[in-house]
Design a protein around this ligand. Structure first.
Ligand code: S3P
Length: 172
């Protein structure tokens, strides 16, 4: 599978709760490639959590930082890179992702996403009156854009190793 990437990065995109980090970590291990999560990298360089960044600087500043971090990360590689849900939606960041490797959309149904994101309280965009409806609205807005990824794989409600297997088959 590693050869199928031709030395390029594999970049996972998709909504919050799609499993980008969990699946990315498994794939990286199976391909003997380094794994990096762009949100974790943003937290490392800013020494702040994502909710703190949103609260202190706002979404626009967060996006600018996200673009810089992703552009820098994708200059290196090959790696398996999981991105925050909004990365591929931002035009400039999407251009960097499309130029920087093979993009793979982990697509999931609302119930699957909701079941996962509702377990944690770390998504500033879901701090709304009706977070499930907000998630649904984000699906409607973003799915047409995630479609532009090179490959799409359904993130099913099964063991993550199985979804990782689907990803590897899709790359080959
Ligand atoms: C965001 C998704 C988050 C994080 C930030 C914004 C988004 O990443 O980057 O809260 O715009 O969808 P995950 O997709 O890893 O939750």
């Amino acid at each position: 599978a590693r050869a199928a990437l031709h030395g390029r990065n594999l970049i996972l995109v998709g909504l919050m709760g799609a499993g980008k980090s969990a699946i990315g970590r498994i794939i990286a291990q199976q391909m003997s490639l380094p794994f990096i999560d762009t949100d974790a990298e943003i937290e490392r360089v800013s020494r702040m959590t994502i909710p703190e960044l949103f609260a202190t600087y706002g979404e626009e500043e967060f996006r600018a930082l996200e673009t810089r971090v992703i552009e820098r990360l994708l200059r290196g590689g090959p790696r398996v890179v999981s991105t925050g849900g909004g990365a591929f939606i931002n035009e400039r960041t999407r251009a960097a992702i499309q130029a920087g490797g093979t993009s793979l959309w982990l697509k999931a149904d609302l119930e699957v996403l909701w079941e996962r994101v509702s377990k944690r309280d770390n998504r500033p965009l879901l701090k709304t009156e009706n977070p499930k409806q907000t998630l649904k609205n984000l699906m409607d807005l973003r799915y047409p854009i995630y479609e532009k990824a090179d490959i799409t794989v359904q993130s099913r409600d099964v063991r993550k190793e199985q979804v990782a297997g689907d990803v590897l088959s899709a790359i080959l």
